[in-house]
Design a protein around this ligand. Structure first.
Ligand SMILES: Nc1ncnc2c1ncn2[C@@H]1O[C@H](COP(=O)(O)OP(=O)(O)OP(=O)(O)O)[C@@H](O)[C@H]1O
Ligand SMILES: [Mg+2]
Length: 393
């Protein structure tokens, strides 16, 4: 039986306190969002740079669970410029999917809440939505229309009891209420052909279980692109597929992106995929961005020790090694984060300063930003991740 001294042990009293506090905070946050329904001022804002589709500004997404607050995303800032592909990389559990779910407002509520920061989505008329406060009704118009998401699990994202045609039709009908049934069917078939499904008429009348994994993933892409969104969020779109199909799907995504002039936020573990697809790269570690820059900055001049470790652990064709490098240690517990650099305990370049406050964002070139004390004298400090005290919410 767990002893009282054990730090992982939560007493009945503590558990009661945690649930009570969670209920209070989540109720308050939900109420604030509902209030926004009445006043567009509360969720309309302006982009800091009109050339971006999305700007994430110190976004904090926490999960209020029964064992404490999980700081899954804690002060993440990066931009997605128009017509570019931004790759997001990082270890499993570092908050990549939670960042994308915050962007789509698809977090599991009331447990999951964006508690701070702004997510600005360009409305292309001089205004922008702040997704954090946007009411659900407006989000339903934005999702699929302005931005859409290709999910991590292609096998479970389609509804098993509806035919493929009906599932694609639904999205088109929802966002184009004036289209006739015949026009919707035409558009669905066109989309299925566009994503490379040869027998589009046949597939239209099939159920998801009658398709292969690659075909299902293509259908998912067809659904995501049906309304020509300005941003496509692809969360590990190819993890469940074999390498040849993976290459085809990535090619497809790239060509479709150019066709409809949109941007892609591509989340993956696979540095090879990022190298091939991305214009900009964001490296995340334990819920924070540790380095960001152009693909060239990150691949040819990695600066953060974590990025350097990631690059070293990537196999290179033609280079013979006995064993691939692995980064020692593991990610800290997200419920109990230290207040110094999260990578310190695993870092081989660690110095005295690293035991102090979490490192600020340091700009070391026009495009390259890193959060590491090794560069504190070389660059200019451009920001710090926001620290939110849960007790004050
Ligand atoms: N519904 C939830 N309740 C509590 N914690 C959650 C929930 N969803 C995610 N988390 C936590 O948030 C953190 C980030 O998870 P996330 O799914 O974003 O990881 P990821 O970077 O996408 O990993 P992967 O590469 O494995 O997909 C994890 O520590 C996870 O335990
Ligand atoms: Mg994920």
């Amino acid at each position: 039986m767990a002893k009282r001294k054990n730090t992982a042990y939560i007493s009945g009293k503590e558990s009661h306190y945690i649930s009570k506090r969670n209920r209070k905070i989540t109720k308050k946050l939900d109420k604030e969002r509902d209030n926004a329904n009445k006043d567009p001022q509360l969720y309309m804002t302006k982009m800091h740079d009109e050339n971006n589709v999305v700007e994430l500004d110190n976004v904090c997404t926490y999960f209020f669970t029964d064992i404490g607050v999980v700081r899954a995303v804690d002060g993440v800032s990066f931009n997605i410029p128009k017509k570019t592909t931004v790759g997001v990389v990082g270890e499993s559990g570092c908050g990549k999917s939670v960042t994308s779910l915050s962007l789509m407002q698809l977090l599991q509520r009331p447990t999951g809440q964006v508690v701070g920061g702004e997510i600005r989505l360009n409305n292309d008329d001089g205004t922008a939505y702040n997704i954090v406060n946007t009411p659900t009704k407006i989000m339903q118009e934005i999702r699929g229309n302005k931005m859409s998401m290709i999910f991590q699990e292609p096998m479970t994202s389609l509804n098993p009891v509806f035919k493929i045609g009906a599932q694609v039709n639904e999205v088109i009908e929802l966002h184009n209420p004036d289209m006739s049934k015949e026009q919707v069917r035409e558009r669905t078939l066109e989309m299925l052909k566009m994503v490379g499904i040869a027998n589009a008429e046949g597939v239209y009348d099939m159920y998801p279980h009658e398709l292969s994994g690659g075909m299902r993933q293509r259908v998912m892409i067809a659904i995501a692109l049906a309304c020509s969104p300005k941003l496509i969020i692809a969360d590990e779109p190819t993890t469940a597929l074999d390498v040849t199909i993976q290459a085809q799907i990535l090619d497809l995504l790239r060509s479709l992106k150019d066709k409809i002039n949109s941007s892609i936020m591509l989340i993956t573990h696979d540095l090879g995929v990022i190298a091939e697809m991305a214009d900009y790269v964001v490296v995340m570690y334990a819920g924070r961005v540790v380095e960001k820059g152009t693909a060239d900055d990150i691949f040819h001049h990695p600066c953060h020790p974590y990025t350097i470790g990631l690059m070293k652990s990537k196999p290179v064709v033609g280079k013979k090694v006995d064993a691939l490098y692995n980064i020692p240690g593991s990610v800290p517990n997200p419920i109990n984060m230290p207040d110094y650099c999260y990578f310190k305990d695993r870092c081989e370049f660690c110095m005295e300063k690293c035991s102090g406050e979490y490192p600020p964002e340091i700009k070391i070139s026009d495009t390259h930003i890193v959060s590491c004390y090794r560069f504190i004298d070389e660059g200019e400090i451009v920001g710090r991740p926001k620290i939110i005290d849960v007790e004050e919410l």
